[in-house]
Design a protein around this ligand. Structure first.
Ligand code: NAP
Length: 204
């Protein structure tokens, strides 16, 4: 649960995309997550048992991941970039878990629920007014919304559990595409290039 990657890295080269989406461009997200995770990896291994928790989203189910077009900015639905980024988060986490096998560092991902957080602040008018009613009326409060993250980060039940997906403090199944190991491996390799890391880098 890091936010240490630089904002410039996350949004590079996508100036036409609104701010809310610019933060979630798939290549940028995996790249940023990797840049955030890699330098911490040594420390996590030295502090093992330790846990990496990636906050993904159920909205990944509305997307697919095309490795030849990681940033499908021409989609008719601008939010599609976000869905793809969450898909990439999940593939990244599962591959990271495989690569960390035997280190006592675990990597899991989760959906926090729909939460009344700052994520909605850049939704444009007039959509923001309608959304505000839905968010205030039906979404989880921040305290409720962090429960699954805290559970995955801290619960003793999850000692040694890795490469899984959680929602409402329980494990959930992923769709077959998100569990595709060869796709995740290729995404990892592409992300290594974006993040300018080498497979032999001791940090990864
Ligand atoms: N809210 C929901 O309903 C919902 C549902 C499913 C999944 N999620 C996921 O939950 C996670 C947390 O989102 P949230 O709802 O808590 O949204 P949020 O209130 O907007 O928080 C996002 C956090 O990420 C930081 N951040 C954004 N872009 C960054 C970047 N490029 N580099 C470094 N830090 C960056 C923000 O920093 P600043 O505050 O300084 O801008 C903020 O602290 C996200 O991964 C989101 O996709 C949220």
């Amino acid at each position: 649960m890091w936010s240490s990657a630089s904002r410039r890295d996350a949004g590079q080269g996508h100036g036409a995309v609104p701010e809310m989406l610019r933060q979630w461009i798939p290549g940028g997200v995996t790249h940023s997550v990797m840049q955030a995770t890699a330098p911490a990896s040594d420390l996590l291994k030295r502090s093992a048992p330790s846990r990496i928790v990636v906050v993904a989203s159920e909205l990944y189910r509305l997307a697919s991941l095309n490795l030849n077009n990681l940033n499908p900015s021409s989609s008719w639905c601008p939010a599609y970039l976000y869905y793809v980024s969450k898909y990439a988060n999940i593939c990244f986490t599962l591959e990271l878990a495989r690569r960390l096998e035997g280190t006592s560092v675990t990597a899991n991902c989760l959906h926090p629920g729909m939460v009344d957080s700052g994520i909605w602040r850049n939704v444009p008018f007039p959509l923001n007014w309608a959304l505000k009613l839905v968010v205030k009326g039906f979404f989880k409060t921040p305290a409720q919304g962090c429960q699954t993250s805290v559970y995955v980060a801290c619960s003793e039940e999850l000692n040694g559990v890795t490469g899984r997906y959680f929602m409402d403090c329980a494990e959930r199944t992923l769709n077959r595409g998100a569990m595709d190991e060869s796709k995740a491996k290729k995404l990892w390799e592409l992300s290594e290039k974006f993040a300018d890391l080498r497979p032999t880098d001791p940090k990864i």
